[in-house]
Design a binder for this molecule. Structure first.
Ligand SMILES: NC(=O)C1=CN([C@@H]2O[C@H](COP(=O)(O)OP(=O)(O)OC[C@H]3O[C@@H](n4cnc5c(N)ncnc54)[C@H](O)[C@@H]3O)[C@@H](O)[C@H]2O)C=CC1
Ligand SMILES: C[C@H](O)[C@@H]1OC(=O)[C@H](O)[C@@H]1O
Length: 256
């Protein structure tokens, strides 16, 4: 038999930024693939809505309000998982934000907020997850980076730097944690319609600029991100680690 399983039955996935956008789609999609899901967001009402959708699928949902920029809250979350005997097989570092300032105008506050939300949080979530995954001899970590970490976009140097760092962090953690049976990969999206990008995509000129650089000539549908994430989380992706899969409609290969 050569077709491996894409199922996440029996797995528990922790997804940050699960209250809306890509994180919400991943949470529900992982439940559709059979996983139970630990949902991380700052907004209880968002968590409850997503948890309800997951429970209607017959899967367990555990919602935790966490500010991912607060290391103490991350530690407290993992302490809760341990005390409640909630297992962890898959971590998706999805929470992220952007302030699209010109490089000459970036404030120290903006630098700290973007760095702490996008990069620092992913490292500390990964560090705590790896402690649990090492003890069980297996685990999957997926970092949601961006094409912005691979090519230069006009959407901000600080954001781009966090995403490029996530791509490199993916490689280093894959190297260090491979012996523990932990796969670490990254997914680099181009534009998908979410609250983060809705305003930009509503601008016809901006959207045309996007499409002019996208061989598939369209922005992505959220299901088209869920598929690659389920692949990397399932048996089907068991020999992939340290990689970044750009889910970008061909944008990163667009030359001229
Ligand atoms: N939408 C897109 O076109 C693209 C998105 N991405 C990345 O995908 C990820 C998700 O993006 P979207 O869903 O579009 O954004 P979004 O703004 O719709 O959702 C981001 C999620 O992260 C959460 N979050 C932000 N700061 C947080 C904090 N301090 N503590 C806890 N949760 C926090 C928000 O509450 C929200 O649930 C981000 O890392 C983003 O950089 C990458 C490339 C393209
Ligand atoms: C594709 C990028 O990750 C995305 O595009 C935006 O405008 C967001 O701010 C991100 O940079």
């Amino acid at each position: 038999m050569y077709l491996p399983s894409f199922s996440l039955e029996g797995k528990t996935a922790l997804i940050t930024g699960a209250g809306r956008g890509i994180g919400r789609a991943l949470a529900i999609g992982f439940a559709e693939a059979g996983a139970d899901v630990v949902l991380i967001s700052r907004t209880r009402s968002d968590l409850d809505e997503v948890a309800g959708s997951i429970e209607k699928l017959g899967r367990k949902a555990y919602g935790f309000t966490v500010d991912v920029t607060e290391k103490e809250e991350i530690q407290s979350l993992y302490d809760s998982l341990t005390s409640r005997q909630i297992p962890l097989h898959i971590l998706v570092n999805n929470a992220g934000m952007n302030i699209r300032s010109k490089a000459l105008e970036v404030s120290e506050e903006e630098w700290e907020k973007i760095m702490n939300t996008n990069l620092r949080s992913a490292f500390y979530f990964s560090q705590e997850a790896a402690k649990l995954m090492k003890s069980q001899g297996n685990g999957r970590i997926i970092n949601i980076s961006s094409v912005a970490g691979h090519v230069a976009l006009r959407t901000g140097v600080v954001y781009a730097s966090t995403k490029a760092a996530m791509i490199q962090m993916t490689k280093n953690l894959a190297l260090e944690w491979g012996p523990y049976g932990i796969n670490v990969n990254s997914i680099g999206p181009w534009y998908f319609r979410t609250p983060l990008t809705a305003e930009l995509l509503a601008d016809e000129n901006y959207l045309n600029d996007i499409l002019s650089r996208t061989p598939l000539n369209r922005v992505g549908e959220l299901a088209e991100l869920v598929g690659p994430a389920v692949f990397l989380s399932s048996d089907a992706g068991s020999y992939c680690t340290g990689q970044t899969l750009f889910v970008d409609g061909g944008m990163t290969v667009y030359g001229f």
